[in-house]
Design a binder for this molecule. Structure first.
Ligand code: NCD
Ligand code: ZN
Length: 386
């Protein structure tokens, strides 16, 4: 496959280049040549498009197994692709939480059968599943210090310390509020400070606390773009963990843009009925990039910031070294983006099974037009074409 006439995000710049894709990988990045084009079985014209690496969302709740009435690997991955996200890392707080090697395997199998994006998994930490973690060798470990959907919360100080001490890859921590984050930092094993990643960080002070021990952090689009005053509009849809913060905190978060390592959606779909019963969480896969592109159009963010936080850094942080940027030898997961297209978010038209969005009715400028996964076009002009 050859992709021509697009502007490619290459070495931190947008440049006009020709891309040659072979066997699911990026084979060559060069200037256009007619003789090269003749050799190709498929030529894709990307005129007017920005070509970015497929995005990586490190915080997603696919809800399968257990809560497939809210989402499953099929609907969740369709939502991801429609949002330009070609890789997700799924969370372990299922009805039967992902805390054993066997459950992790079962999930991997389900995702392979049903998902149209790549799915990796965070394994849940409990008070005593050290052997299971050793056996499963997960990509990362998720530790809940705060109460949330499911019952994975870890209270025992010694268990927390032991996980921090022995797990060598990233440990993603859900800790809400400065007090808990300070507690987490006080428990860090002294030689291994850098391996924590704070999920859905909401304040500038939390960012500084984690950065001081060389950890990494993610923020969600909803904490960047919505604050408490928006809850009036959200009504019964309001509950989310962590809650939306005051407008002053939200503004301070924007002043810490440089320190944010990644944008992750915390895609946490619940039916409207469950929301009315108080369930926490917002869906986000289909709106996150578009919201960032809209902010780019308003000169609030740059394309570099967006690609770094939504592809390059997530790949680096979680060791997904075969993806995250457009470079020779990397996986050919690519998205074509029209930064000028105007559209309106309509919850009922989304791919997610829950069919609503906290950004419902927002007018946005910027949209994903085409998604290429493993060198194959699977989404084009709003339609799935695989
Ligand atoms: C998440 C969910 O519903 O699984 N909800 C949320 O409000 N963020 C749980 C979580 O991310 O901790
Ligand atoms: Zn979550």
């Amino acid at each position: 496959m050859q992709i021509k006439n697009g502007k490619i995000f290459f070495k931190n710049q947008l440049v006009e280049r020709n891309l040659i894709i072979e066997n699911g990988l990026i084979k060559r990045i060069s200037n256009y040549s007619a003789s090269e084009e003749e050799k190709q079985d498929e030529v894709v014209d990307a005129k007017g498009m920005l070509i970015l690496p497929g995005l990586i969302d490190v915080h997603v709740h696919m809800r399968e197994p257990g809560d497939t009435y809210k989402e499953d690997f099929k609907t969740g991955s369709h939502a991801a692709i429609a949002g330009g996200i070609t890789t997700v890392i799924d969370m372990p707080n299922n009805k039967l939480p992902t805390i054993t090697a066997q459950r992790l395997k079962e999930k991997e199998k389900l995702a392979k059968q049903k998902a149209i994006c790549d799915v990796f998994f965070h394994m849940g930490a409990t008070e005593n599943n050290f052997d299971e973690i050793k056996k499963a060798e997960p990509l990362s470990l998720k530790m809940y210090l705060s109460e949330t959907t499911g019952d994975l919360v870890l209270k025992d100080k010694n268990a927390i310390k032991k996980h921090l001490e022995i797990f060598t890859r990233k440990i993603v921590v859900h800790a809400e509020g400065q007090m808990l984050i300070d507690r987490l930092v006080s428990l860090l094993y002294k030689n291994k400070k850098g391996n924590i990643h704070l999920a859905h960080t909401t304040t500038a002070k939390e960012i500084d606390t984690i950065k001081a021990v060389s950890g990494t952090i993610e923020v969600t689009p909803h904490h960047l773009f919505l604050s408490k005053k928006y809850e009036e509009k959200l009504g019964k849809l309001t509950p989310v963990k962590p809650p939306l913060r005051d407008e002053a905190d939200r503004r301070l978060l924007w002043q810490s843009l440089d320190k944010i390592d990644c944008v992750a959606t915390d895609h946490a779909p619940h039916t409207i009925e469950d929301k009315e019963d108080g369930a926490y969480g917002y869906p986000g896969l289909e709106t996150s990039l578009a919201i960032m592109l809209d902010a780019y159009n308003k000169k609030l963010l740059t394309i570099n910031w967006i690609v770094e936080r939504m592809a390059i850094n997530p790949a680096k942080i979680f060791g997904l070294n075969d993806r995250g940027e457009i470079a020779v030898g990397k996986k050919a997961d690519l998205i074509f983006v029209d930064t000028k297209q105007e559209w309106q978010v309509k919850g009922e038209e989304l791919e997610t099974k829950c069919k609503w969005s906290p950004f419902d009715a927002w007018h946005l400028r910027g949209k994903v037009k085409t998604v290429i996964r493993n060198g194959k076009t699977i989404y084009e002009g709003g339609e799935f074409v695989y």
